[in-house]
Design a protein around this ligand. Sequence first.
Ligand SMILES: [Zn+2]
Length: 349
Amino acid sequence: MDVGGGAVKAGTVVLTADGTLTGTVLPGGGGSAMEAAETRIEHQVESDGDALSALCAAVARDQYIGLRSRWPGLPVVWGVSAAAWIDPHSGRSVFSPHLGGWRDRALPQDLSRALSGLTGLPVTPEEPIGHTPGAIPVPSVVNDADAAAWAEARLAPSTDGPDRMVFVAIGTGIGGALVRDGAVDIGEHGMAGEFGHMTMDPSGPPCPCGNTGCWELLVSADALAARAGRTSARATIDDALDGDPACRDAVAGTGRWLGRGLATLAAVLDPGRFVIGGGVAATGELLLAPAREELARHLPGGRRRPLPSVSVATLGNRSGWVGAAGVALERAGWPVRALSTGPGSSSAR
Ligand SMILES: [Zn+2]
């Protein structure tokens, strides 16, 4: 599952014997592809940690019960990606600008206890995510942008050989990650890639992180909606795609601020490509074309040096929960090699 500052997205995937992740539809679901495997629940409990954990446990219970009724003896892992800075060793959340209730919280223990309370099942004794039938697993918890970047790099890899990719997810805020040859570089303390909190305007408005004028205040979903004078980013994106001039201008303005930030990242990291994910990336070229122009304009030497490509994430808004699942499976010792977006398979490993 993917826990963001306004919604929880969840899904169930199976890993087949050849290492392919496959979307699976639980009893009661319709269709058979990856989209049908997905659940999305909007929430307003991001500042209440206990309520957010209880909501996640309720979503996990539904997934777990469906999974168990279909495959009673199958090993199960639980992967969670969260919009928070996660200690890579313990899974503890250190800080979160957008999930105020999940600051400084032992999330793996918190979530498994909540699910245990709902199901009456004991928690698997071994750490971190081993599975015992009849017991619920302790979740693997990772940063949401790291999970999404993992999914993009591993399940939709570059075909051009060695890869240095910077992933930027635009939603409630901006998440990011640097990926080198399929591995996410999480930094010395597991907290690299917080690109959204680069200061773009020191005299700008206050940010929930405690700083002022952060990049994400200019590029987030809320910034896009405000620029268009609309109440929601979703409406702005839909109307822009339908050709509304004011919404298209708002997307272009957002794209220019995106490009300015990408220029700074390119100057520091010199990546081969930028991959843009999150809900705002659904605007596609309306966002990316002005971003590329600003990138070339503001990157030092940008007219004379090779420029990184800028493209939209292949997995779309799904990469967070799919990546959380993939990371959890690999931590449990089951390598993931590919993603099938076709019909769900029942030949689970
Ligand atoms: Zn900030």
